[in-house]
Design a protein around this ligand. Sequence first.
Ligand code: MOS
Length: 721
Amino acid sequence: MDFNQSAEDNLFDRARIIGKPHARIDGTLKVMGCAPYAYERHDVVANQLVGYPLCATIAKGRITHMDASAARVAPGVVSVVTTLEIEPLDRSENNVARLFGGDKIAHYHQAIAVVVADTLEQARSAAALIDVSYQQEKGIFDLEEVWKQPDSTGEPLADVGDVDAAFQTAAFTLDEVYRTASQSHAMMEPHATIVDWSDGGQMTVWTSNQMIEMNKQALATSFNIDPDTIRVESPYIGGGFGGKLWLRADAVLAALGSRASGRPVKLALPRPLVFNNATHRSGTIQRLRIAADAQGKITAFDHSAVSHTLPGGSGENPVNQTRTFYAGASRRVAHQPVEMDLPESADMRAPGEASGLAVLEIAMDEMAQKLGMDPVEFRIFNDTQVDPEDPSKPFSDRHYVECLRQGAAAFGWEARNRTPGEKREGEWLIGHGMAGAYRRAPTLDSGARVRLQGGRLIVETDMTDIGTGSYTILAQTAAETMGMAMEDVEIRLGNSAYPTSSGSGGQFGATSSTAGVYAACLALQEQIAKRLGVETPRFENSRVLAGDTDLALADVADGEELVAEDTIHFGDFKDDMQIGTFGAHFIEVGVHAYTGETRVRRMLAVCDAGRILNPITARSQVLGGMTMGVGAALSEGLTVDLERGFFVNHDLASYEVAVHADIPEQEVIFLDTTDAASSPLKSKGVGELGICGVAAAIANAVYNATGVRVREYPITLDRMI
Ligand code: MOS
């Protein structure tokens, strides 16, 4: 089905089920431990062996010698595969460093061997017996050194108007440098896979991955085999945040181990190896200049940045949102992904925007202060309803101003502390801060198949549920469209045998995959209409109604199964507009007057993200983003060993994420909006919007509490002195 733009009024505007708070349909399975993750699939394949990875202990160079003879004869060991025995595997387009094979080391903890044994303990202890010699090369590990070089940010990505003239004539200007840290996804479930490739023919893969079809294609590329011989299953995922978008070493090593041992092999990346072996969000250094006239109208932005990447990668581009978030006639943005020898950086929740807004929204606070304006009013004054770079492109539906106004009212912004460092409760300095949020709302073509079996509907799509609630919103979509009860719909996800969906990422998953299920349901309705010989039937209360026809859905097929399949294709009309999601964060912090410890006391987010498909699961997504934003602001940062080129804090004891106990009060308000340009359901995404701007709101609140402006994340005690 081709989607162009929704009719003004459609099925979902009169919804019974979509938009209503439905508890997760997989919730009971989850809390009972009956929603197995990849490593737990004892049920599907017998005779499993356990693999353990060996990873490089240099950042750059080559392996000169490997001796695995002691490991091969260790107790319980069935096979050992070393990187020297394997030709370098081809890289799929989304992997920057090769995942295995050959003698070259591109980053610290790159996988160099897999040991397969009867038990985890046997595999692990045997892996320690492998003797490796390296020839080490000098690597580049320090982004600060790169930043010091002239022209480090490269050619502008956009250069509109006359930026230099605007700064020369501006009444107020800002020019500051900010730093965001490298961050790890730190999802609860580490990368884990079971592969059965025991006969070297059909490969079956139970893994933890956000994008099933891409995972299958990447495996086919890596092993140079026909993708049709691969089946990938990933029905339950313990968090991804972008870290499980692409094929990683766990699946590759399990496959090699299975082929070598002739048995199914399961392998999880041990937590201390995840941080340097898998991907992370690249740190950034950003210079931001803003110019405004005497009234507070922004006249120019100049935003330039560097981030690190392995050769061939794209780093973390934090300047894109500066092109479209606020009005202003002139703007220049530049980002240089700098080729360095640190571990592989890639997407993490709101890739780009999270790091970019962490900076832009501090700078907006600083500008408002220079102007003597309320930071909420300053943002409202500089709102835009068109793309500032190309005013012929409107925003399809943008209610940023309402987010700011509603948030200010609900938070009690009027009663905030107005003079930095002036409000005190005992030993705590109290501060209030706010920030804007903006993230694009992309969609990807997405397919689904529906099977009507009597009065039951089974939905099959390779869409994944990474904890987001996909099972639930897809059941709501199918039940709504077919006029059925939620209980009569069964959702089957995460299997490459099902039609290709958008997958989960980029906050496109919910909107794209629900539209795909809607398209498949319409195909089924057409089939039913044809079968019954009726025109434009209605589907209500599990019945088909058309003229004199009034038939239970259970009876339309005389006991046969009806199967329909379709894919939603989003038209290119979207290129003529900006489709985005918007929000505002309001935060109260306490900073201890003597120790500098910061505690978040309350958080409020107001979101404008089109139709909210399910307020329970959407709220949970935003809360998760807000919590992750607290980590980004106050504690999360990968520290580079500048001599040896690896992240020193590579476990959950030394890389500290924010948890429930860190934040006593969080609230989310959704504006009641719909975006007809986005999808038939008029929804957009919220999964990444929730983190956008949070770190800046905390930085601004810390400033408000203390009078200390910190421009480097995370805002740890030492940076407040
Ligand atoms: Mo998201 S970083 O595209 O999973």
